[in-house]
Design a protein around this ligand. Sequence first.
Ligand code: BGC
Length: 450
Amino acid sequence: MLKSASLLALLSLVPAFVNAAQPLYAQCGGIGWSGDTSCVSGAVCTKLNDYYFQCLAGSAPSTSPPATSLPPTSVPPTPTTTGTNPTGTTTPVAGNPFTGYTIWLTPYYADEVKAAAGLISDATQKAKALKVADIPTFTWFDVVAKAPTLGTYLADASAKGKASGQKYLVQIVVYDLPDRDCAALASNGEFSIANDGLNKYYNYIDQLVAQIKKYPDVRVVAVIEPDSLANLVTNLNVAKCSGAQAAYKTGTIYALKQLNAVGVYMYLDAGHAGWLGWSANLSPAAQLYSQLYKDAGSPPFVRGLATNVANYNALTASSPDPITQGNSNYDEIHYINALAPALTSGGFPAHFIVDQGRSGVQNIRQEWGDWCNVKGAGFGARPTLNTGSSLIDAIVWIKPGGECDGTSNTSSPRYDAHCGLSDAAPNAPEAGTWFQAYFETLVKNANPAL
Ligand code: BGC
């Protein structure tokens, strides 16, 4: 509470006057920002978090209070859906939900990439960079203010589907739990448990659901809450994580139920091989995920787990990176093969998707736990359904490569020491914002080459 109060005071120091408009994707406000606060025509200064306001394309997203008034307590609201998905059935398709669908390309990322390519002078690298705009990534809904844009995206996917006769699939990341990123600082979210965050989270989910309901012809695949449950497996010694345990579970169960009711295929984030893949963590992880799945009523649209989100591990490493020593699950395939049977016996017959967006180069970390803007990384295997494993539905790009993991500015309140390590790229901006130099390295080091 004290922190929020002082943040508000600082926010009021952001200058209200404007001299020149900021370009698309530039910073336009936030704590400590002393530059211009207006955006060029066609872009709107949008609060991404207390520390970072960014010029985003389009008209102003609604930041006004939601139409529905929030309940006074953290008892999950009564579902407003009828319990059926838009097609009127509670039964998902059998098998891989990606099969037969064209993955919709998010214009948000494509625009970031095109703007970045425009800053590259070398013609070969520029051409390679531009190719990234055609590779599907997930779109992160990391603040409630972005929820209305989901409707815009789904409308576009629906129109493209109707025009082409193809079936479209939109990939999203649900990422706004209260007291988010409890064991790190870089991705602290907008909601705090102390400030009614769980009710605000219910409202955030409701807003996503309201958009999804309108477009029953578009299939939505969602990754649910990166890092949250994994933190409950290993980081309950951190006060913020133990304090968030109940809210994470209640919030996640609410998300699963509500998104299930509108037919969203879901994968819960499950860390990665170097986190939950250690033998001491596997069984507690399997227990937590299967219990939560059952507590949510075994929602049929919960297809399984997402691994390696925003991380750097190979799906199949040619040989173990020395930093993995002591963990026989030295890559994602070993981790998945070890975790899946334990989940199945716990009542959760999970399938997987694996992020390989930044896994092109291996053996670049000093320690396996290093996660922030790791130097020397390259774009990895392209999204595909040819995964080589019946447990794995798809290789995907979940972290939009080029968006930052966390700032290296030691004076930022969101500075996390991992972002200042010697294997973390220097001069990094706030998490989620564009990191041009890092993007250029991802392009240069892409494997397979772009
Ligand atoms: C950031 C989010 C961002 C996501 C994808 C996370 O680390 O905290 O704001 O949307 O990365 O770039």
